[in-house]
Design a protein around this ligand. Structure first.
Ligand code: FES
Ligand SMILES: [Fe+2]
Length: 389
């Protein structure tokens, strides 16, 4: 993506879009139930029969590994009368079967109904009519992506050139060294906008600005068409830690350029944000939990040969983003509180918030496309043949 400052002040999204339950529902339909959502790391369900649940908006999904070690996902809903199937966060399925906790209808790991104990027989009952509702699953870089659309486009379309661009990083081989889960009282779009701009860095992130010295320029570094006086990073910094020092070598496959690139920020919208460094990655999985709240799962990923890291080394790597992520979450909550004002119609993006503006345009375009699709299919339905009585 190009880095280019906006030429003028641009209007932000309507404030009501960050609060209104009906609008939130539209966004769930448009973005969260129709796109590829990074939901877990593959290592969380390593063995056949392992499962965990994932909540995206109001939808609970069971993600599991079947007998052939293939990942599968199903709506966490029994076909009998709709009970959830898996009641916890994660576990191991006994005998490779999913048994509903209500009347014990039993499914295999391909989602086929295989037993309905004690049901009185009728001639019309066909087991094959009651398969679990399957959800599309794919993986990239060790991240498990789900797509709740019926017939989704391939994940590759969403990833674009990332598999090639990050090929040397081998994200798929990395493992979780630390996970922190935070429930944040802010709309999901505030979290994405916050990740997209560094205008807030000097007042909010003194620790980050001490290492990424370019951020002392509040997102304007390299955008003003003149050589920068400040270096991009603190002199002699080798990675993003509080003092810039590294205790691990760079990832094994990196070339010299990549070893010198201390920080790449990337977003696979709407759910996955990546802070990429030469020797570790800090990933964020974002899950909307309501119109004004999200759950964020922060992982620190390392090469497995270094794990488990001695506690002081782990803290050395975790500290900077733990502090910075907390600062961001706190500021997003304050922003969520402030935009309750009846006077506040929308914010504005200043030139160096070009990426937050790009995100807002992505949101507008997605809603518009979905709106016109919905109205087209509404028209088609209205114009269609009348049902016979
Ligand atoms: S609701 Fe699942 S068996 Fe009845
Ligand atoms: Fe920030």
């Amino acid at each position: 993506m190009t880095r280019e400052a906006l030429k003028r002040v641009e209007p932000g999204l309507p404030a009501s879009w960050y609060r209104d339950p009906e609008h939130y529902e539209r966004e769930l339909q448009t973005f969260w139930y129709a796109r590829w959502i990074a939901a877990a790391r593959e290592e969380e369900i390593p063995q056949p029969g392992d499962w965990r649940t994932v909540r995206i908006g109001t939808q609970s999904i069971v993600l599991l590994r079947d007998e052939s070690a293939r990942l599968r996902a199903f709506h966490n809903t029994c076909r009998h009368r709709g009970s959830v199937l898996c009641t916890g966060d994660k576990g191991q399925l006994p005998r490779m079967r999913i048994v509903c906790p209500y009347h014990a209808w039993t499914y295999d790991l391909a989602g086929r109904l295989v037993a309905t104990p004690r049901r009185m027989e009728t001639p019309d009952f066909r087991m094959e009519d009651y398969r679990l509702y399957e959800v599309a699953v794919d993986t990239w870089g060790g991240f498990v992506f789900l797509n709740l659309a019926r017939d989704p486009a391939p994940l590759a379309d969403t990833l674009a050139d990332r598999p090639a661009r990050y090929g040397n990083y081998s994200f798929e081989h990395l493992r979780i060294g630390q996970r922190i889960v935070a429930d944040v009282k802010a709309n999901w779009k505030l979290i994405a906008e916050n990740f997209s701009e560094c205008f807030h860095c000097p007042p909010v992130h003194p620790e980050l600005c001490a290492v990424v010295t370019a951020y002392q320029e509040a997102g304007a570094w390299g955008l003003r068409g003149r050589p920068e006086a400040r270096p991009q990073y603190k002199p002699a910094a080798a990675t993003l830690t509080l003092d810039g020092s590294a205790r691990l070598p760079p990832f094994q496959g990196l070339n010299e350029d990549e070893k010198r690139t201390l920080y790449i920020a990337d977003m696979v919208l709407p759910a996955l944000f990546l802070n990429i460094h030469p020797d570790y990655v800090n990933s964020h999985l974002v899950f909307p939990t309501g119109p004004q709240s999200v759950r964020i799962v922060y992982d620190w990923l390392f090469e497995p040969r270094h794990l488990p890291l001695p506690e002081p080394d782990l803290q050395h790597y975790v500290a900077l983003w733990e502090i910075t992520n907390r600062q961001d979450a706190r500021n997003c909550e304050w922003q969520q509180q402030g935009l309750q004002s009846r006077e506040f119609a929308h914010g504005v993006y200043v030139p160096q918030e070009f990426d937050a503006h790009r995100f807002a345009q992505w949101v507008r375009a997605g809603l518009e496309a979905n709106g016109s699709r919905a109205s087209r299919s509404g028209r088609a339905r209205r114009a269609g043949p009348r049902p016979r009585r």
